[in-house]
Design a protein around this ligand. Structure first.
Ligand code: SAH
Length: 252
């Protein structure tokens, strides 16, 4: 049984208890060395063999998994954040299905959630935005035709842009072209939950320059939307004049 594990955003204490147990018990560990904090592996067995997937292609990853299974040993595949978000995860599972190898998936804290925590903000603000779009810019790999940033911007939802910190000028231009106000607040969080985390706050007009000035070129998320501002409606959930269906009656 191969275990795919979401390692969380960086802080090793943000690894799930289950993920940690499986890593600590593993004979073979394949992890994304470019993003996963090596400290999440610190409890591993002395005999554990560690592979950095940054230097491996898909066939090599699968070969290691297959070999480990044949030897009756335990292999874990450690992804940054949660494997379901830009994890190149499905292609590995499909190959294991073809080979008849069993696997399980242990979710992790995605960096977009660690980013909200770092900012101390809520993405879904009553009366402002009740929808969150996770996306990325078109870069070396294309975007599907109906998912251009400009088109997604028209919803004025909370927008979280992965993998795109190198294209801040184009990103802001496309969002403004998609009718976000140039004054729309934007935050960039570099290495959320790591000791060297950095936060840059601005608007669509000035964020690209501010990010350059801060020297941020990788491992950062851009979050855009009015949820960063201070105008919103209070929730109905905790409104004392609002009865919830099962739990609480309104105060007269
Ligand atoms: N599966 C991961 C995302 C992998 S894609 C997750 O759930 O978070 C890699 C991109 O994620 C990076 O380019 C960056 O945009 C973002 N990222 C990963 N870790 C981050 C962190 N600690 N802080 C900010 N952004 C991060």
């Amino acid at each position: 049984m191969i275990s795919f594990i979401g390692a969380g955003p960086g802080d090793p204490e943000l690894l799930t208890i289950k993920g940690k147990r499986l890593i600590d018990e593993a004979d073979v560990i394949i992890y994304a060395g470019s993003l996963v904090n090596p400290e999440v592996l610190s409890g591993r067995k002395d005999t554990a063999i560690v592979h950095d997937s940054a230097y491996m292609h898909l066939d090599q990853v699968i070969e290691v998994m297959e070999q480990t299974e044949k030897e009756g040993k335990k292999c874990v595949r450690v992804h940054t954040g949660d494997p379901a978000i830009y994890g190149a995860h499905r292609e590995q599972m499909d190959r294991l299905d073809e080979l008849g190898i069993e696997y399980e998936v242990i979710p992790g804290v995605s960096s977009f959630l660690a980013t909200a925590a770092a900012l101390r903000k809520e993405y879904t603000m009553p009366g402002k935005s009740q929808t969150v779009i996770l996306t990325r810019m078109e870069g070396r790999t294309p975007m599907p035709p109906k998912e251009k940033l400009k088109d997604l911007a028209s919803h004025h939802a909370t927008m979280i842009v992965f993998l795109s910190i190198g294209f801040m000028d184009e990103m802001s231009a496309q969002l403004i072209e998609g009718r976000y106000e140039p004054e729309t607040p934007v935050a960039v969080v570099y290495k959320a939950s790591w000791p060297d985390q950095k936060i840059v706050i601005g608007t669509l007009k000035d964020i690209a320059q501010k990010v350059k000035d801060a020297g941020i070129t990788k491992t950062a998320l851009t979050v855009v939307g009015d949820f960063l501002g201070d105008e919103y409606e209070l929730s109905k959930l905790y409104d004392k004049h609002f009865s919830t269906l099962e739990y609480r009656k309104a105060v007269e």
